[in-house]
Structures are given as C-alpha cells and as structure tokens.
Design a protein around this ligand. Structure first.
Ligand code: NAD
Length: 352
C-alpha cells in the first residue's frame, strides 16, 4: 500500500491520528477531513478489519463523506470519523471505549465522536467518562421527542421528504396516494419510512434478509413481501434502498425498473460511474448522503434547548436541497451525485 499522505482517499485531510493503547488493546485511527464549518463530527466504527490498510481506507472515505454530508445539509459542522480495529462482539470492552474517549479528548474538539456500526449507547457512556466531545448517547431522554437517542426516526423522515421531492420532480405528483414503493431493508430506518409512506397512502413492497422485519410490515402496513432476486426488477414508482451499500453496479442498474431511487443506505453507488448509468437510463437518483442526512441533522440539535420541531423543520430542507440538485442535474445534463458533490464543496471550501 502507498503511504497515508499519498493515499487515493487522503484528499487533504486535516488530521489523521493513529493510536494504540496497550492496556485495553485499543487500536484506532481517527480521521478529521475538515473543520472549516465546525468540529469534525462522525461515528466511531468498531470492525475486525482484515488489515490496517483496510481500516485506513475506510476511515478516510467515511470522514470525507461526513464533511460533504454536513455541508450539504447546511450544518455548521465538519467531517470526521474513527475506526477501531476489533470485533465488536468478541474484542470490545469498556476499557477499550474509555481509551477511545481519552484519545478523543487529546484531539481537543477537532473530532466529535458518535455511535456507528459496532458501537452503541453503552459504549458512548464509557467514552463520556473521558471526554465531552461526544455527539448523541449522553443526552437526557425526552419521551416526546421521536429523534431522541435514536437517529433512525429523523433519518426516515428525511428520506420521506426526499421521496416527496423526487416524486414531484420526476412524476409531477404532489401526493403519494397509490404510489408503488419498494423498500430494501426494513430495519430501524426502513420500518419508520414504511410507516410514513403507508400513512400517505403508498403501496409497499418490502424485502429484508430478516423475515420478522418483513412480517411486521405485512401486518402493520399490508405490505407485499418480495424475494431478494426480484426486488431490483420490480415494476414500481420508487425503489428505496435502506439496507446496504453498493446496491448499484453493472449488474443491477440495467435490471432496475423504477424511475426513482431514493433511500437511506450509505454509499449506494458501487462506483461513481454507476450514477452516470442511472442517469442514462432515465432514473432520478436522490444522492445517498443528501437524502439520508436526517441522522446527522438530529445529532446537530442535541442539547438542553433541543426541540423536535426545529429538527423537523431542518429535515424538510432535505427536500428543498434535492429540488435544487434535480434541477441543476437536468439543466447541466449531469448525474445528480456529481451536482451534490459540487454543491457541498462550494459550501465548505468557500469559508475563510
Ligand atoms: P438496520 O440494521 O436497523 O436495518 C437494515 C436492515 O437491512 C436489517 O433489517 C437487515 O436485516 C436488512 N438487510 C441486510 N442485508 C439485506 C439484504 N441483502 N437484503 C435485504 N435486507 C437486508 O440499519 P438502519 O439503521 O435501518 O440503516 C439502514 C441503512 O441506512 C444503512 O445503510 C445505514 O448505513 C443507513 N443510514 C442509517 C442512518 C440511521 O440514522 N440509522 C443514517 C444514515 C444512513
């Protein structure tokens, strides 16, 4: 592998910190891509990476992505990320998370840690013993606030507003009644999204690797279960990927029949060129990090003065941002994900 400074994903990161704590066994990398707009917020992922090189590639890519996501969402916040090389089920310990907290503290607020895959609320409580630079997990619970402690409700509502914007733009329709929507992955985000779509009168087609999640949608929303092999080729109005990344590749794009793709999953394009392939097929693609920004928006408002109404108002801006992306993409005949990148760069590179 080439060095970190010449890594293809390096992209002039402000800071990359490597740390090993012999006492707890922590092996971590923290990457801060940009603090131009504010502190570099990003989740801490615990994953048994096959190599340090894989961990570095992941943390650089994810940290950069956070800068773009925050900038496009209109947040005064930068982008960062942390990875811990460990199996979250076998290796992770409270002592390891405390050591992670101490590492975060030494960075003096340039990086703000949050939950991610492989970390949970209990981990953040350990981290909170060592640092105050923490987003989410440590705030008091407010039962009247749907986004408190769980960003998936906000993410789902943001995706719902995004679907409304895409339907308006591509199909010229203001309401979702009778619209056919397929959802890949009805987990935390997908279930709440299904609820919003059902309430709006949409017909749902759902697929999940976990059968009880599908059953819940059948019972609660009268959804139609769909086999994983048939999902992409289903004749629907909207396909909403809410499970995994790299959904669109050379194999899946030609089989896609939905004219709209709008879902929560991160990194939906296997490679950037697949965004161009979607455009060439006449598919309107809501760029993943633009439509799924609800989670980071939710975290942004955390604190004693938080009001869900403020979060919801900000989530509605996701729809307006997508309106702009869609219009510019049409006018400039360019893929929507490229337009989103340029819009984000304008925001975080323009600052003094
Ligand atoms: P989750 O783990 O609760 O749900 C994912 C669901 O997808 C699970 O039910 C799982 O069984 C299912 N699944 C996995 N592989 C599948 C496959 N091959 N086919 C069909 N279903 C499959 O996760 P979540 O929090 O709902 O997040 C969903 C997606 O949205 C993820 O890609 C996540 O990175 C992204 N996202 C989530 C948030 C958030 O706030 N939770 C924010 C931004 C982005």
């Amino acid at each position: 592998m080439s060095g970190v400074l010449t890594h293809p994903e390096y992209d002039d990161h402000e800071l990359v910190a490597f740390h090993r704590d012999p006492g707890s066994g922590l092996r971590a990398v923290v990457a801060v891509h940009s603090t131009v707009l504010g502190r570099g917020l990003g989740g801490c992922r615990v994953h048994p990476y096959a190599s340090e090189a894989d961990a570095i590639t992941d943390v650089l890519r994810l940290s950069r992505g956070m800068t773009y996501k925050a900038a496009l969402a209109g947040l005064q916040q930068g982008g960062g990320k942390a990875v811990v090389i460990a199996d979250p089920r076998l290796d992770k310990t409270p002592a390891m998370m405390r050591a992670m907290g101490r590492l975060v503290q030494t960075l003096g607020g340039r990086y703000v840690i949050a939950e991610d895959s492989g970390t949970d609320e209990a981990d953040m409580r350990e981290v909170a013993h060592e640092t105050a630079f923490i987003g989410g997990g440590a705030a008091p619970i407010n039962p009247d606030d749907p986004g408190d402690r769980d960003t998936s409700a906000a993410t789902a509502l943001g995706v719902y507003f995004g679907i409304q914007a895409a339907v308006r733009f591509r199909l010229g329709r203001e309401d979702l009644r009778g619209l056919r929507v397929s959802i890949q992955g009805v987990g935390k985000v997908g279930q709440v999204l299904a609820q919003h779509l059902h309430d709006a009168g949409a017909r749902l087609f759902v697929c999940d690797a976990y059968a009880p999640a599908v059953d819940a949608c059948v019972q609660r929303f009268g959804a139609t279960p769909v086999d994983a092999r048939e999902l992409i080729g289903l004749d629907v109005d909207v396909f909403s990927p809410c499970a995994l990344g790299a959904v669109f590749d050379d194999d899946s794009v030609p089989r896609l029949r939905a004219p709209i793709v709008a879902g929560a999953a991160n990194n939906q394009l296997a490679e950037p060129r697949h965004g161009g392939m979607l455009m060439d097929r006449g598919v309107l693609y809501a760029p993943d990090y633009a439509i799924n920004a609800g989670g980071i928006i939710n975290l942004y408002y955390e604190g004693p003065t938080r009001r869900w109404a403020d979060v919801e108002a900000h989530l509605q801006r996701i729809g307006r941002t997508l309106d702009t992306i869609f219009m510019r993409a049409r006018d400039e005949v360019r893929p929507t994900h490229e337009i989103a990148d340029r819009m984000a760069e304008t925001v975080f590179r323009k600052q003094p």
